[in-house]
Write a protein that binds this ligand. Structure first.
Ligand SMILES: Cc1cc2nc3c(=O)[nH]c(=O)nc-3n(C[C@H](O)[C@H](O)[C@H](O)COP(=O)(O)O)c2cc1C
Length: 351
């Protein structure tokens, strides 16, 4: 079967597995539940809480974004369209899934091209780090320009690739290529994982070289789990729990990377968002809850889910006495065991 057919079919399989099987970490959590926030003491109302911010100079209504998921099969256009319309109505950024399929077959570009439905959307493109070894900077530039992306997310996923039947496990030269591409294309580059987290060491190597680290840590969807189902073997089971929990990944990246750090991987509740911001994340991303709400309720389903999250974030911030994101980011935080011990061991400070 040609490569582009395999890539297309895989995109559909991923959605089916994620929405029908339990592909979440079983024991490992994000560790966000181990983060405590000292209340600010202010008596305020939810109506006073301001969670607006800017991204690339553009206004964003909440410290949220939709993590890259799909595109590349004709059936994914409707999903991307529904998500894009909801994201634009709410004024939050959205990522598309890996654009590899459109690189292999340019006729599939329309399945990612969501700005035709939502002109104002802040759109994040997506490509696997190993694919940067295959395509030159000019080809990557054309890939992002053809759907009008504002930023490009490059995903590193050694865990997933190791378990994926057709996985690409030769990562030699990838770091250098990420840095070259970040210099070579016009759009800012984000480096993201897919649910296994980014370490302090990797973040340090990317410091000053890429725009942002999107942790996509452990505790939510495990792609080793997804590929284990696709593989129909027990091989991946041994690695199911592999990865750096999201809270730890944010704190690790914060300690060695001076640019924005985004928290993602297992973000499910307003508390997860508030705690992530308090430990230094700029914004929080979600994948699984978005595809689930789209599959059950279409664009309105995504809109309602995110609206409830936004409401919950404001409620929680008001309860803790924080009126703005700036105040929340200056909050005093405490860590419960075992997170406290791990941070001490690694010499990582709260902020
Ligand atoms: C249906 C689906 C498809 C995904 N496809 C991609 C992809 O093409 N590229 C990518 O970088 N991440 C992809 N991801 C990973 C997410 O961006 C995210 O890193 C991961 O699911 C962890 O977030 P969660 O716990 O909120 O699901 C996908 C996730 C889902 C749910």
């Amino acid at each position: 079967m040609p490569d582009d057919n395999i890539t297309q079919i895989r995109k559909l399989e991923h959605i089916q597995i994620i929405t029908k099987r339990n592909t979440q970490y079983r024991e490992k959590t994000t560790m966000l539940e181990l983060v405590g926030i000292k209340p600010n003491g202010g008596a305020i109302s939810k109506r006073d809480v301001d969670i607006e911010s800017e991204l690339l100079g553009l206004p964003v209504s909440a410290p949220l974004f939709i993590s890259g998921m799909t595109g590349g099969h004709p059936a994914t256009l409707g999903i991307n369209r529904n998500i894009a319309i909801a994201a634009a109505r709410l004024n939050i950024p959205m990522g598309v899934g890996s654009q590899r399929a459109m690189m292999e077959n340019k006729e599939l570009a329309y399945t990612y091209d969501v700005k035709k439905f939502a002109k104002e959307l802040i759109l994040i493109g997506n490509i696997g780090a190993t694919k940067l070894l295959v395509y030159n900077d000019g080809q990557i530039q054309r890939m992002v320009d053809s759907i009008g992306v504002d930023m490009l997310a490059v995903h590193t996923n050694p865990g997933q690739e190791s378990v994926q039947p057709e996985g690409d496990i030769d990562f030699r030269g990838v770091m250098g290529r990420i840095i070259e591409v970040a210099r070579g294309i016009r759009q800012p580059v984000i480096v993201k994982e897919v649910g296994n987290g980014i370490s302090r060491e990797v973040a340090a190597r990317l410091n000053g070289k890429v725009y942002c680290i999107d942790t996509q840590g452990a505790g939510g969807t495990t792609w080793i789990g997804v590929e284990t189902y696709r593989n129909k073997s027990k091989y991946g089971g041994a690695f199911w729990e592999w990865g750096i929990p999201t809270a730890l990944s944010v704190l690790e990246a914060r300690s060695s990377f001076n640019g924005p750090v985004w928290a993602s991987g297992g973000i499910r509740t307003p508390s997860d968002v508030v705690r992530s911001l308090a430990i230094g994340a700029e914004r929080c991303g979600m994948a699984k809850p978005i595809i689930s709400s789209e599959r059950s309720g279409g664009s309105d389903g995504v809109y309602s889910f995110i609206s409830r999250m936004i409401d919950g974030i404001k409620e929680e911030m008001a309860g803790l006495g924080f009126q703005s994101l700036k105040e929340l980011r200056q909050a005093k935080v405490t860590f419960k065991e075992p997170l406290r011990h791990i941070l001490k061991d690694r010499g990582i400070k709260a902020k």
